[in-house]
Every structure is written in structure tokens, then in C-alpha cells.
Ligand binder design. Structure first.
Ligand code: AHG
Ligand code: MN
Ligand code: MN
Length: 337
């Protein structure tokens, strides 16, 4: 079988962007490099002292870092070294990181990322991920500013995630379908394994943290009960699957068909997940794969953004399932949780 690496694939696809000069390709390549380094550390997380907050100093005199800080540092370093971005926004940084260097002075892009998604799963050997979203800058020159990030999800030029799972995969879209690459550790390359990924219209997995049930909106409560009912025609009851790493839950549902729900709760009235670097990129991927992503009422990618770390409820997955849960949300909108 002829293997196509991420690098080869990106070069081939460059012709999809008539005015691009290869910057986006290089940017995706840089993300791939950081992903390999993070994967290497994730794989040996049980061996080295990278779990938890150790507060220790290692043999090189460096402070031992939590894996999410390590991942953040790696992605920032790779993006800075690549010279294609003028600013980075990260879950790990309160403010944006403007980039002011000689090689990035003509940079056209900004990247928003969740460097390590599912952090609570690091210490228990369960899949974690990285999520990234790429926008064209809106400011004209110099280091990027917060304004460059205040764009709706519909303006994304590319987005994707890396899942550090039983294998490491990089999945991305530039708005022309979703492509998945699996890391072949023997050659250290991401190889095209899932061309043009499509999700099922009607899945049968629902993923939600049911521990929060009492605090869910009435529509979500009623939908969960609907999922549990017996009905041959719609293949119910559905299976409940929830890992607690959004990337892993959404990756599985993308492949087998299902819905991922993180609604508002009484504790988190705006939901938990972040619009800029979690919901929008995952929404772009799922829409490109034929699915839907909404707030329960409207399309995620059209939600106006006013804050870097803005939160939103998320209902994402197979389109029939998202439609169904939205129907419940509208029907029970008036009932208080
Ligand atoms: P992060 O580790 O980046 O903070 O994100 C965790 C997110 C998401 O990945 C996951 O689906 C969700 O939080 C799990 O939250 P609960 O533990 O509240 O279910
Ligand atoms: Mn996250
Ligand atoms: Mn995170």
C-alpha cells in the first residue's frame, strides 16, 4: 500500500488555495511537529515525572512541568519557530501571546488552541487531545492583537485536533472535507488513514456527564430519557459513552455516529467549554463531516465572540441527533432546571 504522509498531502492540497503561498501548509506542518513531541511525552507520562503538579526541578535544572503546560510550551515554540503566526491564544494563557519577531513580521495567521484537552485523564492513562483553530488576521501588521481573535467560527480557515489515544491521530479540515492521519511510530510520520471522514446522520451513542443531571436544562433531561427509551424504529435505547476528554468523545462519535452534549448547568450557566479553542474548531470539523454543532438553539460557528475565554453550551454530532435534542430544548425552554 502506498503511504501518503501529512507533509506530502498538505503540499498536494496547496492548490486548493489559489492565493496561498504555502504559509498555511507550513503552519499545519508546524502543528504536526509539536503534536509528535507531545505524543512522545504522553506515551511516557507514567515513566517520567510529568504527572500532576510536582513543583520539582529536573536534572537539567528545569522545573518539572505538568503535561498541559508542557504541551502549551511545545505548541507555542513550534508556532513561533515556524514564523507563520502573529499571535497565539491558548487555554493556558489568560491573555493572547503576540509574536514580535523578524521571521513572523509578514505572518498572516493567528492560532487559538487548547494544548491539552482532557487534562483530568492524564494521570489515569486515558486518551487526551489538542484542539486548534486557525484564522486569518484582521489587523494589518505588527504583532497580532485580541481583535484578530474576535471572529466568528465561520471565519476559520482551518481547524483540527490531535488525539493521543491507542494510536495518535491528527484530524483536520480546511473547509474541503475532513482528513485523518495516524502516526506511524516506526517512521515518525502522520500517514493518511481516514480520507474524507463523514459521520452518520443517525447515530446511537449519547455522551454527556450524567452526574450533572439534576442541574441540566429540562430539554436535556427529557432528551436523556428519550435516549434510554425502547424503540425499534430508531434503534433505542442508545448507548451512553463518556470519557471526559472532549476530543476522545467527539472523535469516537464522529467515527461511529453519536451526539456529545455539554449543556449549561446551574453551576456553569454559560456551559463549561470554550467557544474559541474548543467549540468552534470541533464544530468546523463536525460540520465538514456532515454533522452539526449548536448551542442547543443556534449554530455554534455563528455565535458572536466578545471574550477570549468565552464559554458556551455545546450540542455536537450526528445531525438527526442534534436536531432531536434541539427540538427538546425548544419544547422545554420555559421550564426552569
Ligand atoms: P480541559 O482538560 O481542556 O479543561 O477540557 C476538559 C473538557 C472536555 O474535554 C471534556 O469533555 C469536559 O471538559 C469534561 O468535563 P466534566 O468533567 O465536567 O464532564
Ligand atoms: Mn479542553
Ligand atoms: Mn486544556
Amino acid at each position: 500500500m502506498k503511504v501518503k504522509t501529512l507533509g506530502q498531502f498538505i503540499i498536494e492540497k496547496q492548490t486548493d488555495f489559489p492565493f496561498a503561498k504555502g504559509e498555511l501548509s507550513r503552519l499545519l506542518r508546524d502543528i504536526g511537529i509539536a503534536a509528535k513531541i507531545v505524543n512522545r511525552e504522553v506515551n511516557k507520562a507514567g515513566l517520567v515525572e510529568i504527572l500532576g503538579e510536582t513543583g520539582e526541578t529536573n536534572i537539567q535544572g528545569e522545573r518539572v512541568k505538568k503535561l498541559d503546560v508542557f504541551a502549551n510550551d511545545q505548541f507555542i515554540a513550534a508556532l513561533k519557530a515556524g514564523g507563520e503566526v502573529c499571535a497565539i491564544a491558548s487555554e493556558e494563557n489568560d491573555e493572547i501571546i503576540p509574536i514580535d519577531s523578524e521571521i513572523s513580521k509578514n505572518a498572516k495567521y493567528v492560532v487559538a488552541m487548547d494544548p491539552l484537552d482532557g487534562s483530568s485523564n492524564i494521570d489515569v492513562n486515558v486518551s487526551v487531545g489538542t484542539i486548534f483553530s486557525i484564522y486569518r488576521r484582521t489587523t494589518l501588521s505588527g504583532p497580532g492583537t485580541i481583535e484578530d481573535f474576535m471572529q466568528r467560527g465561520t471565519e476559520q480557515v482551518a481547524a483540527g485536533y490531535i488525539i493521543y489515544g491507542s494510536s495518535c491521530m491528527l484530524v483536520y479540515t480546511t473547509g474541503k472535507g475532513v482528513y485523518g492521519f495516524t502516526l506511524d511510530p516506526s517512521i515518525g510520520e502522520f500517514c493518511l488513514s481516514h480520507p474524507l471522514m463523514q459521520t452518520k446522520t443517525a447515530g446511537n451513542v449519547y455522551s454527556v456527564n450524567e452526574g450533572n443531571y439534576l442541574h441540566f436544562p429540562e430539554g436535556v433531561k427529557k432528551y436523556i430519557k428519550y435516549c434510554q427509551e425502547e424503540d425499534k424504529a430508531t434503534n433505542r435505547p442508545y448507548s451512553s459513552r463518556y470519557i471526559g476528554s472532549g476530543v476522545a468523545d467527539i472523535h469516537r462519535n464522529l467515527i461511529v455516529g453519536g451526539v456529545y452534549i455539554y449543556p449549561t448547568t446551574t453551576k456553569s450557566p454559560n456551559g463549561k467549554l470554550r467557544l474559541l479553542y474548543e467549540c468552534n474548531p470541533l464544530a468546523f470539523i463536525i460540520e465538514q463531516a456532515g454533522g452539526k454543532a449548536t448551542t442547543g438553539y443556534k449554530r455554534i460557528m455563528e455565535v458572536p465572540i466578545t471574550e477570549l475565554h468565552q464559554r458556551t453550551p455545546l450540542f455536537l454530532g450526528s445531525s438527526d441527533m442534534v436536531d432531536k435534542v434541539m427540538e427538546f430544548m425548544t419544547k422545554y425552554a420555559e421550564v426552569k432546571a
